[in-house]
Ligand binder design. Structure first.
Ligand code: SAM
Length: 285
């Protein structure tokens, strides 16, 4: 099958199958061989790897992955794409196609079956409408994985990478940075896709830490505090946490904890590092 990274080949496949990209599934097909190579390079794919691809579309990146990886498992929600994928990937014996919703399927079981429970590499040009639930779902479910290399909306990539004191810093930055080291590896303009998305895109690599960079007794408590702090990000931490349902601490307790951490009583969540949030979680256990 012809290289679908070349725009004309993608157009031909779409025409052959009378396939129209579905907005509701975030379908924007990547048509730039340079960007495709860049993604597979950034993910460091070798024949020792089992790759989990989310949303193969018509199989463009799947082709590039199958050339280099030992195995590729691709999970696609749109059943209308399955006959196309069977066709465009017919030359590759190392690809398994799964027609399912990545947010519902048991990824742990797939990794167990396809890679004997050893860590996989996730590579994808993600559907942008569910970027955060996909990434957080992968981390929080503790599926064995080495890295996640994905195309996402540019602003979202920036949010994952920034530190305190910037407007993009928030719950997503802290959650991602608790689990992985983020690195933006490429910026990708809309004209690299058919159809063109209305936003700029970026490729980000998240390399999973063996051990989180901070130690906490209770992970769930840490994330509860982070979410509460950024739910009301313009408020001071004393007010945001003291007011929050389910947190179960009084304003005075937050104020005392901040004092013990040598932080000002008027500090906002957006000024705290991951380490400071971890210390605060310890104080408010
Ligand atoms: N990988 C292809 C490429 O690079 O050209 C397509 C990428 S397109 C941005 C996103 C893909 O994810 C689409 O094929 C879409 O149907 C699929 N998708 C959307 N929601 C999904 C879900 N919940 N589970 C699995 N795949 C999904």
């Amino acid at each position: 099958m012809a290289d679908l990274g070349i725009p004309q080949n993608t157009i031909e496949v779409l025409q052959k199958y009378h396939f129209r990209a579905q907005k509701k599934y975030g379908q924007n097909f990547l048509v730039d061989p340079g960007v495709l190579e860049r993604i597979v390079d950034a993910a460091g794919i070798t024949d020792a790897d089992c790759v989990l691809e989310i949303g193969p579309g018509i199989g463009t990146m799947t082709q590039y992955l199958a050339e280099r990886a030992g195995r590729v498992v691709a999970v696609e929600i749109d059943k209308n794409l399955m006959p196309i994928l069977e066709d465009t990937l017919s030359a590759y014996a190392n690809v398994t196609l799964v027609n399912d919703d990545i947010l519902k399927v048991d990824i742990g079981r797939i990794v167990e079956e396809e890679n004997g429970g050893r860590p996989v590499k996730v590579v994808a040009n993600l559907p942008y409408y569910i970027t955060t639930p996909i990434i957080m779902g992968l981390f929080e479910s503790h599926v064995p994985l080495e890295s996640i290399t994905v195309m996402v909306q540019k602003e979202v990539a920036e949010r994952m990478q920034v530190g305190p004191g910037t407007k993009d810093y928030g719950a997503l930055s802290l959650a991602v940075q608790y689990y992985a080291k983020p690195e933006i590896v490429a910026n990708v303009p809309p004209n690299c896709f058919i159809p063109r998305p209305g936003v700029g895109s970026a490729v980000i690599r998240l390399t999973r830490y063996q051990e989180p960079p901070v130690k906490v007794e209770d992970e769930a408590r840490l994330f509860e505090l982070i979410r509460a702090a950024f739910n009301q990000r313009r408020k001071t931490l004393v007010n945001a946490l003291g007011n929050a349902a389910g947190i179960g601490v009084a304003k005075e307790q937050v104020a005392e904890a901040l004092k013990r951490l040598h932080l000002p009583e008027t500090v906002r969540g957006e000024a705290l590092t991951l380490e400071q949030f971890a210390l605060l979680a310890g104080e408010l256990q």
